[in-house]
Design a protein around this ligand. Structure first.
Ligand SMILES: *Cc1c(COP(=O)(O)O)cnc(C)c1O
Ligand code: SF4
Length: 320
């Protein structure tokens, strides 16, 4: 087992234990919420939290009673993603496909729009993968493959290298993009092997991280990212979350921290209306107002695009 896999195995798997670790009242953890979506938090991420129940990192991950509330307009599949081009393959936007490499994640974010997906722990079989590769090979308009999940970096470096080799053989592909939260929650996932394999590829790599608060950009993450930032663009996407980052000071601190770590802000998404996440919603009017102050506060290159995903659209929808 490598270091990151060790840390994956040692993470918190229930909210009561996490609260207790932080010196908080473990009885606040809600069993029903936890049964509908398991708690999963690596120790590195827990160590970036403060001992407050309102801590912005803690709020993203602990199972609380508010999740049991059935809010109108919320569903289990808000993006209607369960209609795939091939098992594990989404082709909604012309030039790029999303390949679900692994169903699981190192961390379970309570606001995740995939929290209710049946494929939670899915690993694609060789046959499913072949169907996806055949699909991509027969669609010359696709020039970029986005590895997504779950979290694609749950796959080990050998599996990723194997997949890359198959993708490199498809002549019309130009880029490989990896959407992952794993380096933020376990920085040791940024191995030398992964970097070496990505840099030797004919496909240009792009790494898109997911973090929501400056506290997540730890010194260890910055250090592990260093060799990567010299080789490929590193972007970040965030979700606008009530009680986590829904004020202009927090959002500008996040952008500044990202810049210091050589990560460029890419998207700031409005919440997807998935069951169990209504307490995270920031309404669109408030979001626009916040965004305007953010634009006046930061240089343009540190302002992420405010967007939301609307099913059946040909791209993300900008909120302006
Ligand atoms: C978000 C998403 C993409 C990538 O969109 P970009 O705007 O290129 O970042 C691609 N495919 C699907 C299905 C998506 O949901
Ligand atoms: S890491 Fe991403 S896919 Fe995984 S639970 Fe969090 S938001 Fe969802």
């Amino acid at each position: 087992m490598t270091r990151w896999q060790q840390q994956l195995a040692e993470g918190f798997s229930n909210s009561a234990a996490l609260l207790e670790y932080l010196g908080l009242d473990p009885s606040l953890a809600d069993i029903r919420a936890e049964q509908s979506f398991a708690t999963r938090v690596p120790k590195h991420f827990a160590d970036l939290m403060t001992s407050s129940i309102d801590d912005p990192l803690l709020r993203q991950v602990w199972a609380q009673g508010a999740e049991n509330f059935q809010a109108p307009g919320y569903s289990d599949d808000p993006l209607q993603e369960q209609q795939a081009a091939a098992p594990g393959l989404l082709h909604k936007y012309q030039s790029r496909v999303l390949l679900i490499l692994r169903g699981g994640c190192a961390i379970n974010c309570r606001y995740c729009f995939r929290r209710a997906f049946p494929y939670a722990e899915l690993t694609l079989t060789q046959r499913d993968m072949q169907a996806s590769l055949d699909y991509i090979a027969s669609h010359p308009e696709v020039n970029e493959v986005i590895l997504s999940g779950g979290d694609p970096l749950m796959a080990d470096d050998r599996a990723i290298a194997g997949l890359l080799e198959q993708l490199e053989a498809i002549a019309h592909l130009r880029r490989i993009r990896i959407h992952t939260r794993l380096p933020v929650v376990i920085p040791d996932r940024l191995t030398d092997e992964l970097l070496a394999r990505l840099t030797q590829s004919r496909l240009k790599p792009v790494l898109v991280l997911h973090s929501n608060h400056a506290q997540e950009i730890s010194p260890v993450l910055r250090e592990r990212l260093q060799p990567y930032v010299q080789q490929m663009p590193i972007l970040n996407q965030s979700v606008l979350l009530a009680g986590v980052n829904d004020d202009v000071d927090t959002l500008s601190a996040l952008s500044e921290a990202l810049f210091d770590a050589d990560i460029r802000p890419y998207y700031l998404f409005l919440l997807d209306r998935v069951n169990g996440a209504a307490h995270f919603e920031v309404d669109e009017r408030e979001a626009r107002a916040l965004y305007e102050s953010l634009q006046s506060r930061l240089p343009g290159f540190l302002v992420p695009k405010l967007a939301r995903e609307i099913p059946d659209r040909a791209s993300k929808t900008l909120v302006v």
